[in-house]
Design a protein around this ligand. Sequence first.
Ligand SMILES: NC(=O)c1ccc[n+]([C@@H]2O[C@H](COP(=O)([O-])OP(=O)(O)OC[C@H]3O[C@@H](n4cnc5c(N)ncnc54)[C@H](OP(=O)(O)O)[C@@H]3O)[C@@H](O)[C@H]2O)c1
Length: 302
Amino acid sequence: MTDVGGVQGQAFADISGKTRILGIFGDPVAHSLSPLMQNAALRAAGIDAVYVPFHVRPEQLPGAVAALRALGIWGVNVTVPHKEAVMALLDEIDGPARLIGAVNTLVNRDGRLCGYNTDGEGLLESLRGDLGFTPAGRRIVLLGAGGACRAAVAALAARGAAWIGLANRSLPRAQALVNHFASHFPGTAFAILPLSPRGAGDELAQALAGADLLVNTTSLGLRGEEIPLPWPALAPGAVVCDMVYRRGGTPLCRSARERGHLVTDGLGMLAGQGERAFSLWTGQPPPFGVMKSRLLAELNDK
Ligand SMILES: NC(=O)c1ccc[n+]([C@@H]2O[C@H](COP(=O)([O-])OP(=O)(O)OC[C@H]3O[C@@H](n4cnc5c(N)ncnc54)[C@H](OP(=O)(O)O)[C@@H]3O)[C@@H](O)[C@H]2O)c1
């Protein structure tokens, strides 16, 4: 296969009558890095398929999902703002996706649309591969209480985390999340902690002092925003993961690295969730490291 106009992916000349279609539904979608990394992996694995972006507005979602069946599209990723709304349009939803309340991957099995959530597995893969961290018996502080946090809680608690503290700006949202998950994971203790724009309080400082892992699941950092944290309180051996990623790095990653913590940003999770989706579609393991390398090349080259 060749590159066309400097764009890496399957070249038009290689598209045949048998080429299968994968893609991503989002609004917006033009910023998505998934086409780059999925096409790199498909090419490396020698799979006759292409992965394309579909800009789907909320009112178009039912029609777009119907089109997956009508056109025999192999599968898609689903991103903001469709991860929850798409669930009502599917034939089957995997257990973890149902528990999380969101789907990020659809597989079309002979017209039957099955929904999965691979974000949690992606996070676990990044924690293991990038930080050497496994959750069993560990104490974890998560910043946030949105959709990404739900996927993180489900994955970390399912792998035996001993204690999870949720620090969020809106405490009722964090409380609702704990209410939802606590009965599913009796082996994990949960706490809610205030995350205040004016500076973090004693409760968060105490939680950080006992933490093995700190994860940012808020959207803070996307535009370079700092997160108000009592950094000196964080246990010296704690590792840090920022689900956010941006060219030049995030402030959270920078602050944690300056204090000597082992750190990873959201690129590892993005690659990890994409690798799991690749396996669900193709039935084979993804080529090792290809997605992460493609993401790093994209973010470091410009
Ligand atoms: N790396 C990956 O593969 C990956 C995968 C999924 C998501 N993500 C990233 O994770 C982030 C969160 O996604 P999501 O789907 O969970 O979003 P979401 O459901 O909208 O939740 C956003 C979270 O950020 C908090 N937040 C937003 N603005 C804030 C501010 N100014 N001050 C304090 N807290 C603020 C919200 O707090 P309130 O509850 O108080 O509003 C909430 O906890 C996004 O940046 C997304 O790109 C990365």
